[in-house]
Design a protein around this ligand. Structure first.
Ligand code: NAP
Length: 418
């Protein structure tokens, strides 16, 4: 059935009430694969809010790598987790800006009409870890719009009230929808896990990507310096604009990437290229990095462990190139280096990080604002590494720049290379 999207920005129901159905991009277990195929438009029955839950009318949504994984069904299918078995579909999307539309029992901090952005961590308030350790440690912890359905690629989304943050007034809907997942993740990696200090030197992989554009800005805001790794001169110029001291084009050091299938001879050659890369990093930063910001995984991890300074930290939150890592552990123990895992952020970290956006100290980096009918295409671009920074999708908003209610710097438009 063809879905008519001409009225996607129109809601027939009054604030506080919900229409009987909504339009959503849906992934189903029988059509996992390339994002352009896996994502399909459907008309579905919308969600109702339970206790401490909120239905938000989505004005714009943000595109993240997690729904590339959801579409591919790799490294695992998401259909076994969260509320997927209950509803049988995956409506993805872990970033959004929108309007509180209906609140469930017990919600007191928010009311219909409030303008919000969403963070993507969900946990049960019944887990004791939430009340003293960290919500990210709770057994119920899930990423909304990835490990759960009812994400943001739909007219309405269902979230926990603790996920709501005030929308920065100087941002339009698309700008406000673009930054949460990657920015809050980078914030926890650097501020909490790696405990960055003024004067630190940092190496950032994929510095012009979703995580990297925020890591680069946060390093500068912390009084530290960074060198970013990218794969084009255009991306390099972007990250210098964001505060990187310099960039390295990884195509110059293609031989350092680990596949795991190297013969002993090939591994020797790989190590030689890795050493020259580490030397270049040291020259550009003035010394070896105190922190390496990792999310590439198999291809780069041996280089990260080798390149980081003695007693330095490699902080990792992902594995785009593969999650089975191998490296020479002597570089780790002899030089007393640390490896730190990190995953998204808790609500307090998101709140503090969001204030920096509100104050204009950290800015979203928006490459493209795309229409609602382009959700599959946007994820395909990301899968093929053809993007820079972030991509936003218009849902309830009728154009980019709509929704700004105060003056301010807004997003950096990463048009280079577009
Ligand atoms: N655990 C969490 O909470 C969390 C949160 C956010 C993201 N992640 C994960 O982290 C990864 C990155 O996310 P993202 O949003 O930053 O993605 P992204 O926007 O695609 O950026 C990643 C960057 O990594 C670089 N890259 C890709 N493949 C590479 C390779 N084989 N070798 C070296 N560099 C490579 C690319 O930059 P160049 O081509 O310019 O080098 C790309 O711009 C994804 O796997 C994502 O699922 C995890």
């Amino acid at each position: 059935m063809t879905i008519d999207l001409s009225n996607i920005s129109h809601i027939s129901a009054e604030l506080g009430t919900l229409p009987s159905s909504m339009v959503a991009w849906v992934i189903r277990p029988e059509r996992l694969g390339e994002p352009e195929v896996a994502f399909q438009l459907e008309e579905v029955e919308g969600p109702e809010p339970g206790a401490f839950e909120v239905i938000v009318r989505v004005m714009a949504a943000g595109v993240n790598f997690n729904n590339v994984w959801a579409a591919l069904g790799e490294p695992v299918s998401i259909f076994g987790s969260g509320d997927h078995p209950e509803f049988g579909h995956h409506i993805g999307g872990s970033d959004a800006s929108g309007i509180v539309w209906k609140v469930g029992a017990g919600v007191t901090r928010w009311k219909p009409g409030d303008e919000v952005v969403l963070h993507c961590n969900q946990t049960s308030y019944e887990d004791p870890e939430v009340h003293g350790l960290d919500p990210m440690a709770a057994p119920s912890q899930r990423i909304w719009g990835y490990e759960t359905t009812w994400g943001s690629f739909a007219q309405f989304t269902k979230v926990q009230a603790q996920q709501l943050l005030p929308k920065p007034a100087a941002l339009s809907w698309d700008e406000a929808a673009s930054y949460g997942l990657t920015y809050f993740t980078a914030y926890r990696m650097l501020m909490n896990r790696a405990a960055i200090q003024a004067g630190d030197r940092v190496l950032i992989w994929g510095a012009a990507g979703g995580l990297g554009v925020f890591a680069t800005q946060l390093v500068q805001a912390a009084g530290a310096t960074s060198v970013g790794v990218v794969s084009s001169a255009e991306k390099g110029e972007l990250i210098k604009q964001l505060g990187a001291t310099e960039y390295i084009d990884r195509r110059e050091f293609a031989g350092m990437m680990r596949t795991g299938n190297e013969t002993p001879e090939e591994e020797k050659e790989r190590i030689a290229v890795m050493r020259s890369f580490a030397k270049r990093v040291k020259e550009l930063l003035g010394d070896s990095p105190d922190i390496v910001f990792e999310h590439v995984g198999r291809a780069t991890f041996p280089t990260s462990v080798f390149t980081v300074k003695p007693f330095g930290k490699v902080v990792i939150c992902g594995a785009t190139a593969g999650y089975t890592l191998d490296f020479d552990v002597r570089h780790l123990w002899m030089r007393q280096k640390e490896i730190l895992g990190s995953h998204f952020a808790n609500a307090w970290e998101c709140t503090k990080a969001n204030r920096l956006i509100d104050d204009g100290l950290i800015r979203p980096v928006l490459w493209r604002t795309m229409e609602f009918d382009q959700v599959g295409e946007a994820h395909q671009l990301m899968h093929e590494n053809k993007h820079l920074g972030k991509i936003a999708i218009l849902v309830g908003a009728t154009g980019p720049d709509e929704g700004r209610t105060a003056d301010g710097p807004g997003a950096i438009r990463a048009e280079v290379g577009a």
